[in-house]
Design a protein around this ligand. Structure first.
Ligand SMILES: [Zn+2]
Ligand SMILES: [Zn+2]
Length: 274
């Protein structure tokens, strides 16, 4: 297991791919993706020859699955009765009264798992290990966990699923947008609509890892802008992989409400202790 401080930090090699960050977004992502596509073909061939492995503990598996039985049992689901941003008892918004005020205008928030154990290993592999193919099984696991305690009302018909936007420079260095992949797979499985371009990240903020609550909030303030007209009058569900203090979701929600969204909700796969 990695120490918790490392979980959101890219491995050292990740920074080398930052070379094309100044190029226009589309060109940058195709330049970065081309060698990866070739690499992925090789990975797919290799996976045909070697048995699938557990994403939590790397044990070989007899079947294609995200986790072995032991890791599946070790998954910690987030209790929706507990505020994910501070661990006090949560009200109907999924947040405690203090966090509901602090994170306004988010109308409600729901997280499925605690960011620990096998799930944190799988998320790390997905984000930093080039394991894009994990988006579908992670989304399936996510929906299963939400259904077990009741799908939140805000996932009803008419809501748009919008990934928390990544800055183009970050997209170029990472090569893919993890929140967009998750939102796309969630929408597919739920029969909902994913809308990746409802907002954009207009400022490349430093990673939130290691920052306190106040600093996180200041770091992302004004970092997002809604795309003119797209969210007007709609209910929008912001999708992200991890919630820590909720500062990023709130900043994105503010931009969407300014852009005319009716209500904005937050949905994350995991919650990490601030
Ligand atoms: Zn395992
Ligand atoms: Zn709270």
């Amino acid at each position: 297991m990695r120490c918790p401080e490392d979980r959101d930090r890219p491995p050292p090699g990740e920074y080398k791919r930052r070379v094309v960050s100044a190029a226009p977004q589309a060109l940058a992502s195709s330049l970065v993706l081309l060698p990866r596509r070739i690499g992925r073909l090789g990975e797919e061939l290799a996976s045909l020859l070697s048995p699938p492995r557990c994403t939590g503990c790397d044990e070989p598996l007899g079947r294609a699955a995200l986790f072995c039985d032991g890791c599946e049992v070790a998954l910690a689901e987030h209790d929706p009765g507990i505020c994910p941003a501070c661990e006090q008892p949560a009200g109907p918004k999924g947040l405690c009264r203090g966090c509901a005020g602090r994170l306004s205008p988010l109308a409600a928030v729901r997280c499925a798992f605690e960011h620990e154990g096998p799930l944190s290993e799988a998320l790390h592999a997905f984000k930093y290990g080039d394991r894009h193919e994990l988006a579908a099984p992670l989304a399936a696991l996510w929906i299963e966990a939400l259904r077990a305690v009741g799908l939140p009302d805000f996932l009803g018909s008419g809501s748009l699923l919008a990934p928390v936007p990544l800055h183009p420079a970050r997209l170029a260095s990472r090569g893919f947008d993890q929140a967009a992949l998750l939102a796309h797979r969630l929408a597919q499985a739920l029969g909902a609509e994913a809308r990746p371009r409802l907002a954009s990240r207009v400022r490349d903020t430093r990673p939130q890892v290691g920052l306190g609550r106040e600093a996180r909030s200041a770091n992302v303030a004004g970092a997002f802008r809604a795309t003119a007209g797209l969210a007007r009058g709609r209910d929008v569900v912001l999708v992200d992989d991890v919630l820590t203090t909720g500062a990023t979701l709130r900043a994105a929600a503010e931009a969407l409400v300014e852009g005319g969204a009716r209500r904005v909700f937050g949905l994350t796969l995991a919650r990490a202790a601030p």
